[in-house]
Design a protein around this ligand. Sequence first.
Ligand SMILES: NC(=O)c1ccc[n+]([C@@H]2O[C@H](COP(=O)([O-])OP(=O)(O)OC[C@H]3O[C@@H](n4cnc5c(N)ncnc54)[C@H](O)[C@@H]3O)[C@@H](O)[C@H]2O)c1
Length: 330
Amino acid sequence: MAKGSILVTGGAGYIGAQMALTLAEAGYEPVILDDLLTGHRAAVDALPFVEGDVGDVRLVTDLLARYQPVGVLHFAGVSQAGQSVEQPALYYDRNLVRSLALLDALRTLPTLPAFVFSSSAAVYGEPAALPIREDHPCAPVNPYGATKLAVEGALEAYGTAYGLRWAALRYFNAAGADPQGRSGECHEPETHLIPLALQAAAGLRPPLNIHGRDYDTPDGTCIRDYVHVADLCRAHLLALENLIQGSPVGCVNLGGGTGRSVLEVIAVVGRVTGQTVPVADAPRRAGDPARLVADITRAKQILGWEPAMSDLDTIIGHAWTWEKQKHGTA
Ligand SMILES: NC(=O)c1ccc[n+]([C@@H]2O[C@H](COP(=O)([O-])OP(=O)(O)OC[C@H]3O[C@@H](n4cnc5c(N)ncnc54)[C@H](O)[C@@H]3O)[C@@H](O)[C@H]2O)c1
């Protein structure tokens, strides 16, 4: 017997699809709501799916009344920092206005479901201290981070005023693919380093741009914190279950807890694929800090979570299996 239904917004996207599979395996009934802006229906073809917009109050209210979810996992949104600088209206609308509409639709239910929000390391901006703890000042440097922070603020206020039980999980760099090969990253255009490097190694795209080799890091390239998508989903499940049981969660960093440079990623991609990754030097990108590394102590303490698959070899191994499958070369 199912443990209850869970509304998964953005469940046809990269992380949401993996989460829907994780929920089904854990005995929940995931119900996916996605407008397919960047998601793929095929990613979750065996699961209950509703095509629609989280900002469509009537649709969402009907869905909530029908399924009476015990939890909502809110992945839906747009997430390219650079694009958010050029198109802030899109980001404020999709990430903030529609999230607020979703939160208000939840208030039509007799009992508010537990709410887990996909936040981001982008809320912090340029780090003043490393590794970054949750109490680091939040000073986003782009509209993407600003909209994530604004939703966090709404969650806190709704918690105080309406008793909403919430978690805002601040992911660093989500990476890897389903260990069983059922889902993985499929962004269009792709902006994430690991799929770009894998596709360049496979000859599917031009040489990989290295945006700056003159950062203050051991090899001069930017350092990021990669966390396996399966580890992320396990953390969501733990956050959800904590909230359902009445334990507060709040803001929690999710990262692998280790920084890896662009050149280190490229070296592992070369080793895993057996190909040399063709590269080209490119200028630094505005707003790209030299290092972003999570302090994951709070996730360990509050959720009892530790990354188990977030070493680069495992992440890139799974991502490579997925890329080969996606391009029909497996
Ligand atoms: N991928 C990362 O490294 C990363 C890091 C930090 C935070 N996040 C956040 O995690 C979430 C998921 O990221 P992802 O990489 O899976 O992105 P994605 O683009 O693959 O998935 C987002 C999904 O949301 C859907 N969507 C967008 N707006 C919608 C709307 N108004 N109504 C219904 N569906 C809508 C899209 O169609 C897509 O399926 C996003 O909120 C993102 O900001 C991702």
